[in-house]
Design a binder for this molecule. Structure first.
Ligand SMILES: [Zn+2]
Length: 345
């Protein structure tokens, strides 16, 4: 084998039920929600926090780390999403392997990406899958909430199609599955994107501009970088204090990804910007309760009543951070740390 696979499974809990995966019909490609976190940092997080979420394998520049056995289920796509059923006749959690790319920070992207490509090819061989049919991005399955792994790819100029063809090539030369893969993918895009460019990568960027609040009323996300797109890019650059040149380079892409991500998660778990404490009631309290539950500090009832259980849940959350007072009162500091944790989930 070209790369070593490390099997270091997390303990049983919310993240690992031990339920058997009967058949592997496809692969869902992800990238971690927390750039800069390594494969082992993720393993530790899932092992210690045991959120109701997980994936089988985390890959960085040093490890291909399987944290859940491939014959067990992991929780990496919401059951309520219909696209996996439409495409594969099954829910991803019941019929797919979830693979996460770790990137950003000190992680060497090329090393991590080569392992990620190799591992997808390895899975295709092992489960007799076709890369062009049986690999799907999390973004495709859950477009309202997720952008991975395309958001990570694009920072390094890789398109989804480029990734699939890298996997296919790797699989075709079965030799490279045995020998250490040394070739650098040949599908790197040339950044910056600019007026006149076209293709799926342009379309992704346009979709994200729209999501970020910079509409393209005339042409929409048509995959063609025209004047309307250029104007939207410049408006985006202006709003976020970037150099205004209408070109989509690394800096603009990074910011765009960040803005879209924060919009997506803010919509998912909005947190009220006020002080709440025992005795308060209403929709704001419910928001806090929902977020606490998502972070595994379960307030038991999502009833909009800031009672003893909610106060205790807030206190348990606060006790995790030296910077927070464990007073059971939800305020700006607690909000800040909750937002940080939500972003990492
Ligand atoms: Zn994902």
């Amino acid at each position: 084998m070209a790369y070593e696979i490390t099997r270091d499974y997390i303990s049983f809990g919310n993240a690992r039920s031990g339920e058997k995966l009967k058949e592997v019909k496809f692969i869902v490609s992800h990238s971690t929600g927390n750039p800069g976190s390594t494969a082992y940092a993720n393993r530790n997080y899932f092992n210690n926090h045991q959120p109701y979420a997980s994936a089988h394998t985390f890959i960085d520049d040093r490890y291909i780390l399987e944290i859940i056995p491939l014959d067990e289920k992991a929780w990496h796509v919401l059951y309520s999403k219909p696209t996996d059923n439409r495409m594969f006749g099954a829910d991803a959690n019941d019929a797919a392997i979830g693979v996460e790319l770790c990137y950003g920070g000190n992680i060497n992207f090329t090393e991590a990406y080569n392992r990620y490509v190799w591992y997808h090819a390895y899975l295709c061989q092992k489960f007799n899958l076709d890369p062009s049919k049986h690999i799907v991005s999390h973004r495709t399955l859950d477009p309202e909430r997720r952008t991975d792994p395309l958001d990570a790819f694009r920072l390094y100029g890789i398109t989804w199609d480029g990734f699939i063809s890298d996997v296919s090539r790797m699989l075709e030369s079965s030799q490279s599955l045995k020998n250490r893969a040394s070739q650098v993918p040949s599908t790197f895009l040339r950044l910056p994107l600019k007026i006149g460019d076209r293709g799926p990568f342009v379309k992704e960027v346009q979709e994200d501009l729209i999501r970020a609040g910079f509409p393209l009323p005339k042409y929409g996300a048509d995959g063609i970088f025209g004047e309307e797109t250029e104007r939207a890019v410049m408006a985006f650059q202006k709003q976020y204090g970037l150099h205004i040149d209408g070109l989509v380079g690394r800096e603009t892409l990074t910011k765009l990804t960040e803005v879209v991500k924060s919009k997506l998660y803010n919509e998912e778990f909005p947190l009220p910007n006020k002080v709440l404490k025992r005795g308060d009631t209403g929709e704001d309290v419910k928001m806090v309760q929902r977020a606490l539950k998502h972070l595994n500090f379960d307030p038991k009832d999502i009833d909009g009543i800031y009672g003893k259980k909610t106060e205790n849940a807030v206190r348990r959350f606060q006790s995790m951070y030296a910077a927070l007072k464990d007073d059971g009162i939800y305020g700006p500091n607690t909000r800040k740390f909750m937002k940080m944790e939500l972003q990492q989930k």
